[in-house]
Design a protein around this ligand. Structure first.
Ligand code: NAP
Length: 437
């Protein structure tokens, strides 16, 4: 028998569990841990609430959890409730699928001012992550500045721009919906330090900005390269740039009917964040030009008034004491997912915050190949039984999959009309709904 512990129940964790099930069938036992009492990680608290079709993948993870050879063990914090070393004693393979849950900030003067957030925090707020549910951003000002030209910047700009009606069918949490509904924003500026050809936005997501009820995107035609140069782009990137071209061609008459403008400010590198009384008032920006694909400052400085700033420039993985970490790349030091025999990493913990949900599937399968090379038929370890003994001795309140199903049911029952669920945003309430108080 082989015993595998997976730390993190997001896509990377679940695809690894699925791969282990396929590889060994009845000859493996997989325990999937999460520090939250609820599973699915980024699917629940990262993917935008109005992208429900992407969240549908959790049905697949559900069947992985329900397999007889696997368990979900929520509400267990590795490093507090049980150490990595203890898990290594108990399991043949320990897989870190811990993602990149922390804000990456640009390191600008003034970024600690009030109403300046990183994307992990802000996305966590509107998605009801217990760590960020109390954020209470102020949306009473006119201008938001979103830093970054990736898909998260798009998510944040779109969520800030949508009307209550446009959230129908989404699982945005009530506290965020109410605050967004009272928003007074008129302008959302998306700052890109490079140009339209260098965006990290995908076409479907970018195209959505062109179909909002009260908001209209604006692109300065002068920022767009000659159309002929688009031929050099990959097909996906060309489609994205086509969207930018169509935004640049939107007639002023159409804009006049829109309450909010979403303005793409390209070749614009943030220099500092300015404020008064501890709260942001403006972003100081330097105009850039491209040199060999890199953004280089031109010395031209200007200010954008800003009432809220969200930096969407990536995420960071949390290092774990004793586990080799590559600071610059923001991931555990690994060779194709192997940190050392018996200890592995997958997903964003392995490669940094890049790729889509689907990228994690081949990642999971390839790390299981490495595990298979290292552990053979297993080393006669105690596995789940050993962990259960620790959990009983330490009186841990473990949330198993059938407990999560009770939480799930309760969330579905308390949903506002038309919504798939109303998430619990406090760990105590999740535990309560599972009947474990
Ligand atoms: P990302 O795709 O890596 O984009 C980060 C952006 O921030 C880039 O435009 C980058 O510009 C910019 N940036 C980095 N450092 C900066 C700085 N100091 N100042 C100004 N700009 C800076 O990251 P992300 O948007 O957080 O997304 C993470 C991953 O999740 C991506 O793979 C993304 O596709 C995926 N995702 C997918 C979806 C979806 O499919 N619907 C939704 C959300 C996220 P440079 O290019 O110049 O470095």
């Amino acid at each position: 028998m082989r015993h595998v512990a997976i730390i993190g129940s997001g896509p990377a964790g679940y695809y690894t569990a699925e791969a282990a099930q396929k590889q060994w069938g009845d000859d493996v036992r997989v325990d999937i841990f999460d520090r939250l009492p609820v599973p699915y990680g980024l699917i629940r608290t990262g993917v935008a609430p109005d992208h429900q079709s992407i969240k549908g993948v959790s049905k697949r993870y559900e069947s992985v959890s329900m397999a007889a050879n696997s368990r979900f063990l929520g509400n267990v914090t590795i490093g507090e409730d049980v150490s990595i070393a203890e898990l290594q004693e108990l399991y043949d393979a320990v897989v870190l699928a811990t993602g990149a849950p922390n804000d990456k900030m640009p390191g600008l003067p003034g970024e600690n001012l009030g109403n300046v957030f990183g994307s992990a925090t802000f996305v966590g707020w509107y998605n009801g992550h217990p760590n960020f549910a109390k954020l209470n951003p102020q949306l009473s000002g006119k201008t938001a500045v979103v830093i970054g030209n990736g898909n998260v910047a798009l998510d944040v700009a779109r969520i800030l721009a949508k009307t209550r009606a446009e959230f129908a069918g989404s699982d945005i949490v009530g506290h965020a919906l109410d605050l967004l509904d009272s928003s007074k924003l008129e302008r959302i500026v998306i700052l890109g330090r490079r140009g339209p050809h260098q965006i990290a936005m995908t076409p479907k997501e970018l195209g959505e900005l062109g179909h909002l009820t009260r908001a209209c995107p604006r692109v300065d035609p002068a920022d767009l390269p000659d159309e002929g140069e688009d031929a050099l782009l990959e097909p996906g990137q060309r489609k994205s740039v086509n969207h930018l071209r169509s935004f640049a061609a939107i007639p002023e008459s159409h804009r006049a009917d829109m309450a909010i403008e979403i303005e793409f400010d390209f070749f614009a590198a943030p220099k500092s964040i300015m404020g008064s009384d501890g709260k942001v008032t403006a972003v100081e920006v330097e105009r850039t030009r491209l040199e060999g694909g890199r953004a280089v400052g031109t010395g031209e400085i200007y200010e954008i008034p800003a009432d809220i700033v969200v930096a969407c420039i990536g995420y960071q993985t949390s290092p774990i004491p004793g586990v080799p970490f590559e600071e610059n790349a923001g991931r555990f030091a690994n060779a194709e997912g192997r940190i050392l025999p018996g200890l592995y990493c997958v997903g964003w913990a392995r490669r940094g915050p890049s790729g889509t949900i689907g990228t994690n599937r081949p990642d999971g399968f390839s790390v299981v190949e490495k595990i298979a090379e290292d552990i053979g038929n297993g080393g006669g370890k105690k596995g789940s039984a050993g962990f259960d003994a620790i959990a009983a001795a330490r009186k841990l309140d473990i949330v198993e999959f059938h407990d999560w199903q009770k939480i799930d049911q309760a969330e579905v029952q308390r949903a506002r009309e038309g919504a798939p669920r109303e998430k619990f945003v406090r760990v105590e309430d999740m535990i309560g709904a599972a009947g474990l108080e």
